[in-house]
Design a protein around this ligand. Structure first.
Ligand SMILES: Nc1ncnc2c1ncn2[C@@H]1O[C@H](COP(=O)(O)OP(=O)(O)O)[C@@H](O)[C@H]1O
Ligand SMILES: [Mg+2]
Length: 101
């Protein structure tokens, strides 16, 4: 299952929802990871802050709209994650603009 926490506004709870969903699914035994697609990297910071806390929820950073699909497919097909949660940036256009600049 691939879930994305999306809203075009900042500060609406996307990151907190992604993290809470991650913990919920991991607690039920799913092999979960988060893909942090936001250049602010708040989910990456959350991963660092959790340290060795269980359940383990790896966070991978990719804010590149050209390669994120491949990253998610690779995690799903080759790394055996059955639940992938994408923590999205507040604006797809802004992200794409930054990346192509
Ligand atoms: N359900 C909630 N209740 C109270 N505060 C929340 C809730 N969800 C998020 N927040 C707080 O709102 C702020 C923005 O949340 P965040 O998940 O970082 O938003 P986004 O990722 O959409 O920018 C954070 O300080 C977070 O702790
Ligand atoms: Mg966020």
């Amino acid at each position: 299952m691939i879930l994305a926490s999306i809203n075009h506004k900042g500060g609406t709870g996307k990151t907190v929802i992604a993290q809470n969903l991650g913990v919920c699914y991991a607690t039920t035994g799913a092999k979960v990871c988060i893909v942090d697609a936001d250049t602010s990297q708040n989910s990456m910071r959350w991963f660092d802050a959790r340290g060795d806390k269980e359940p383990r929820i790896p966070v991978f950073y990719n804010s590149n709209h050209r390669t994120i699909r491949r990253t998610v497919e690779d995690l799903y097909n080759n790394e055996d994650y059955d639940t992938i949660i994408i923590d999205s940036p507040p604006s797809l256009e802004k992200s794409a603009g930054k990346l192509s600049a």
